[in-house]
Design a protein around this ligand. Structure first.
Ligand code: BTN
Length: 238
């Protein structure tokens, strides 16, 4: 589509109004109310980037295992960038995609939960494709910045979908998903600086908790586990 408020909202309305098929993809050139994680806005210049949402209806998936959807979408993007574009992409916990320490894509998963199970899920993906200037407060990059070439966002969508299909096949295989997620996680087994409750400290990621919590060991030896809004990764220095 040309313009929507948010492709995630559009997909949510499709789900409300009709029995929309799993795998339906909504893509737009421009969003008037693009949304990011933690209530932030997702801004993207018209026609420059990939703005898409895919509707998923995982079967027999408990609400407590919903982080698997983030994992499989992040793995799909990272694998596409690594294999199709030969870029050293990595996942920044919980669901940002980085190349060279700069953000190239973000993921916003919104689930409809009934009882204890996931009825449907909307996986929203924003990937910087042709945009080359970003506001100073974000450390962002794009395919164009990294390769010097422009691409059609729809071409990137078509490259990405087979990866989503492949990793969706692992959605109930939490062990395999976690293994691959950790293999591609920025800061796994590497000392980086984090900020938590106003405190800055070096630590390395040791693993994930049962619901995707981040487990870290501080340079002092102390082990901690934190939820999604509790910690910020600062980078190689404080
Ligand atoms: C983030 O990193 O904060 C997540 C960004 C997710 C942005 C995408 S763009 C397509 C879809 N529609 C939205 O409103 N948000 C997601």
């Amino acid at each position: 589509m040309d313009t929507v408020d948010s492709t995630n909202n559009y997909a949510a309305n499709l789900l409300k109004e009709s029995d929309v098929a799993e795998g339906t993809v909504v893509m737009a050139q421009f969003q008037t109310e693009g949304r990011g994680q933690r209530g932030s806005k997702w801004q993207s210049a018209r026609g420059e980037n990939l703005l898409m949402s895919v509707v998923l209806k995982p079967k027999r998936m408990e609400a407590s295992g919903q982080f698997a959807i983030s994992q499989m979408i992040c793995l799909s993007i990272v694998s596409c960038l690594q294999q199709t574009w030969n870029l050293p992409a990595a996942i920044k916990w919980p669901n940002d995609i980085l190349v060279g320490g700069q953000k190239i894509a973000g993921v916003l998963i919104e689930n409809a939960v009934r009882g204890n199970t996931i009825e449907s899920s909307i996986a929203g993906i924003g990937m910087n494709v042709n945009q080359v200037s970003f506001s100073d407060d974000v450390q962002a990059t794009s395919l164009h910045k990294l390769t010097g070439n422009k691409s059609e966002p729809e071409t990137i969508l078509r490259e990405l979908l087979p990866f989503i299909g492949q990793f969706y096949g692992l959605i109930l295989n939490s062990r395999e998903l976690e293994k691959r997620y950790l293999e591609n996680l920025y800061g796994f087994n590497e000392n980086l600086w984090y900020k938590m409750n106003g405190d800055e400290f070096p630590a390395h990621i040791t693993g994930l908790g049962p619901h995707g919590e981040l487990q870290l060991q501080k340079a002092t030896g102390e082990k901690i586990e934190c939820g999604f809004k509790e910690i910020e990764l600062l980078g190689k220095s404080s």
